[in-house]
Ligand binder design. Structure first.
Ligand SMILES: C[S@@+](CC[C@H](N)C(=O)[O-])C[C@H]1O[C@@H](n2cnc3c(N)ncnc32)[C@H](O)[C@@H]1O
Length: 250
């Protein structure tokens, strides 16, 4: 197996592949002012195994196309969807988020939790805008500084990891410059990192290592994720996922 296959193996059989929680998804839905009683066409991009997809399916009318690059996550999503009786509301699509087969103005809502960074925030805003109807909704979460200043080494670290980390006002400006208006904003609290993402992942380490014969690559993946958790503990006062609820302008 490649390192990427080990990473997806570690993240399978879990509710989420990133920070967030059902409460956050519902809060975002509420703040977006979306007409949840209408029949909506929705894309959930970078859906993983569908944590937020199911919350959306239970709380809005219409059809959701759940998109991810990795079949392992989509297979899991389809199995869960069957168990939850949601197969008439959710279809899956294995595609890369930078090359989607969607039509212009096809969607009422594009949802994406913790995934847009894969193609870059501003790049994604531009690409996905075409798929939205005028007045359509965009809900994205994105790594964001939550303080105006932070220690230099933290800033330097993120500059190399993901140079597009900014404070929310800069991100909102990017949204506005690209033809969206802000409906609402909040950032994830620490429980949405620790309780619903890191702790469940940590609990999977032992089984993951066992089923992969404690191989060098499997250990490397665990060490990498442990290092990410340790880093989060150090810098959690300065950054989080910002949740941006927006509409495409006329
Ligand atoms: C941090 S996880 C978030 C998953 C899910 N939204 C959640 O919050 O639990 C990022 C997701 O993006 C997917 N992904 C990464 N690159 C992608 C790409 N180019 N196209 C589509 N999905 C991608 C990953 O497979 C993963 O499921």
């Amino acid at each position: 197996m490649t390192e990427l296959e080990f990473i997806t193996d570690l993240h399978k059989n879990s509710d989420r592949q990133g920070s967030g929680s059902e409460n956050d998804t519902l809060k975002a839905l509420d703040l977006s002012n979306l007409p949840t009683d209408q029949n909506l066409k929705v894309a959930d991009i970078g859906c993983g195994s569908g944590g937020q997809t199911f919350s959306l399916a239970k709380n809005i009318n219409g059809q959701i196309t759940a998109v991810d690059l990795f079949p392992k996550f989509l297979n899991e999503l389809n199995a869960k969807s069957q168990n939850l009786g949601l197969t008439d509301k959710i279809v899956t699509l294995q595609k890369s988020m930078d090359n989607l087969p969607f039509n212009e103005g096809e969607f009422d809502l594009i949802w994406s939790e913790g995934a847009l960074y894969n193609i870059g925030f501003e790049n994604g805003l531009k690409k996905w805008k075409d798929y939205l109807k005028v007045g359509g909704y965009l809900a994205v979460s994105e790594i964001t500084w939550i303080t105006q200043t932070r220690p230099k080494e933290i800033e330097e670290f993120w500059k190399t990891e993901y140079p597009e980390v900014y404070i929310a006002s800069n991100k909102i400006k990017q949204l506005e410059n690209n033809g969206y208006s802000l409906e609402g904003y909040f950032h994830l609290g620490q429980d949405s990192w620790i309780e619903t993402y890191y702790k469940p992942m940590q609990a999977r380490f032992e089984n993951f290592l066992k089923r992969n014969n404690n191989s060098e690559l499997a250990r490397k993946v665990v060490e990498g994720n442990q290092a990410e958790m340790d880093l989060y503990q150090k810098i959690k006062a300065y950054y989080s996922y910002g949740c941006y609820l927006d509409r495409k302008n006329e």
